[in-house]
Design a protein around this ligand. Structure first.
Ligand code: AMP
Length: 549
């Protein structure tokens, strides 16, 4: 405590997620949420109507036995029912655990059991997946299918409930409980470089602050006059905060459901006059192809937020110069709720020549309010923000995790001596605050926004008797941004072909994890400690062109 300070005289009112949807209902009752349902049609309603269903769902959850602290999983696309689940689960003090349906089988099993989910809400699409993985589900977990009675599937899954029946007849008002703002509200697992995923456990306070901080950014989409479309999934780090920012700002929200291909996105954006859309570079390739095909942009699209991976300069140029759509490049992490930095230019930067503006926009942006950034050398010493020094990036702030859910080893490794979170990204920071991500220390490949563990792939390959040593690095790919490249040193006397290695791995890893190419070398570069130097390898294969590219 600082000597001499005196306490303020303001109320200690908790920051709770329920206040966001209440505000949206009171202040922006007529803003709309439109969503493509998995049943095929479009659903539309206002924030006022959404609020009534959120209340009904909250009653339904209580009737199902959900109590404060209960982990409730969701396995769903971006749609209105998923949105309702966010608020109903969190509003009653339970924890909304969004599960990524693309997780490999073992990780899927791990996260449901590690979270100890008691109830799981699933879109119709994922019922077959649950049936196939029935033995992996936590014992006694109830499953609610997000549909009405007419669409309920024939299924042998036990404890199966119907979403619309859960709501039917429930009161359209809920007295939201008040509790400590540091209470957990949501849980999202992120890939570990090896082994099990790690859970980022958000609090009500961090979620409300993240919404306020992001709203504070000078983005054109947070007004009741805007309509935004989250392509970024609600199952991946809270769709970058959009479900919370929507009712707060009154912006309309258009949810694409499972229709994420270029033509589907184009049509929905065009029909619904979407003004701002958010997603990873891979999805924009599909949209841009459709725009080229039609020779125009979706009629109201004025702004695109690209994050999750670096935006390719050519994409930036096409959006801005060919179609007049302004691009903001963002960087963040699951552990940061997620927004860390945004490429928003100051007025004097907007006066620069176009080429210079594009160069600035290709960087990962400048820190969002509430996020502190530092770069450090191998000994943890701070490096200058001079645009030249390159070091590991660490962050701090009220929306950054201070460890992982029930995972002490991972928590200890994540936080440095000064209490900052180590991002595993390698960056420089310019004097005017632009972040430039140049590499990462974490052994992961990011393909279309989803993580592949290099180490898990290497371990699978090393089980091959004719492989002496191997390493996986990310190689650039025009569609997926990165794809795994497997570099193999064959055992002495081995006669190994690429096809044989791929066949071997096919039985051991998820199909979308399979390396796009296998390269045979005589030896791998090693660092001082004997570990394979991925840094050297990445430099060696910097210009490698994958056969799939
Ligand atoms: P996730 O937690 O899955 O959202 O992934 C966060 C990680 O994705 C970061 O630590 C970076 O490695 C990478 N990432 C996110 N945004 C960008 C970006 N704009 N440019 C480069 N890498 C990014």
């Amino acid at each position: 405590m600082l000597q001499g300070v005196i306490p303020g005289r303001m109320m200690q009112r908790p920051l709770l997620v329920s206040s966001l949807i209440e505000y949206g209902k009171d202040f922006h009752p007529n803003s709309e949420i439109v969503s493509r349902r998995v049943e095929g049609d479009l659903h539309r309603y206002t924030y006022a109507a959404a609020y009534r269903r959120v209340c009904q769902l909250a009653h339904g959850l209580v009737a199902l036995g959900v109590t404060p602290g209960t982990r409730v999983a969701t396995l769903a696309w971006n749609n209105h029912r998923h949105f309702e689940l966010y608020y109903a689960i969190q509003g009653i003090g339970a924890v909304c655990h969004t599960v990524n349906p693309r997780l490999p089988v073992d990780q899927f099993k791990y996260v449901l059991n590690h979270a100890d989910d008691r109830v799981l809400f699933t879109d119709l699409t994922f019922v077959p997946l649950l049936e196939a993985r029935r033995a992996d589900l936590p014992p006694g977990m109830k499953i609610v299918v997000m549909t009405d009675r007419a669409h309920m599937p024939e299924s042998g899954l036990p404890d199966l409930f119907c979403f619309e029946e859960l709501l039917a007849g429930q009161a359209e008002h809920y007295d939201w409980p008040e509790f400590d703002e540091n209470t957990a509200c949501a849980l999202c697992y992120t890939s570990g470089t090896t082994g099990n995923p790690k859970g980022a456990l958000y609090s009500h306070r961090s979620m409300v602050l993240h919404s306020l901080f992001a709203r504070n950014a000078d983005l054109p989409c947070f007004t009741p006059r805007a309509k935004f479309l989250p392509v970024v999934p609600l199952f991946h780090v809270n769709a970058w905060g959009l479900p919370y920012l929507a009712p707060l700002s009154g912006a309309g929200m258009v949810m694409p459901g499972p229709g994420l291909d270029g033509p589907s996105l184009f049509k929905l954006m065009d029909d619904e006059a979407v003004s701002s859309a958010w997603g990873v570079p891979t999805v924009w390739l599909g949209l841009l192809a459709e725009m080229a095909q039609q020779g125009r942009k979706p009629k109201a699209l004025a702004h695109v937020l690209v994050g999750g991976s670096a935006v390719p300069p050519s994409m930036l140029r096409t959006f801005q110069e060919t179609y007049g759509i302004s691009v903001v490049h963002g960087w963040g992490m699951t552990e940061m709720s997620p927004v860390g930095s945004l490429g928003i230019l100051e007025p004097e930067m907007e006066a620069l020549p176009q080429e210079e503006q594009l160069r600035l926009k290709a960087y990962q942006g400048r820190r969002m309010f509430g996020v502190d950034l530092k770069i450090v050398d191998e000994d943890g010493a701070r490096l200058p923000h001079d645009g030249e020094a390159i070091g590991e990036l660490a962050v701090r702030g009220p929306c950054v995790v201070d460890g992982y859910f029930n995972d002490e080893p991972a928590s200890a490794a994540a936080i440095d001596d000064e209490g900052w979170f180590r991002t595993g990204d390698v960056a420089s920071i310019s004097p005017d605050g632009f972040l430039m991500i140049v590499d990462r220390t974490k052994d992961l490949v990011k393909s279309g926004g989803e993580w592949i563990s290099s180490i898990d792939l290497e371990n699978a390959a090393m089980a091959h008797p004719e492989i002496a040593e191997c390493a996986v690095i990310a190689a650039a790919h025009p569609k997926w941004d990165e794809r795994p490249l497997l570099i193999v040193v064959p055992a002495a006397g081995a006669d190994l072909a690429k096809e044989a290695v791929i066949d071997f791995l096919t039985a051991r890893v998820a199909k979308w994890w399979l390396p796009d190419d296998v390269v045979f070398v005589d030896e791998l570069p090693h660092g001082a400690t004997g570990k394979v130097s991925k840094l050297t390898l990445r430099a060696q294969f910097k210009d490698y062109v994958l056969p799939t590219a």
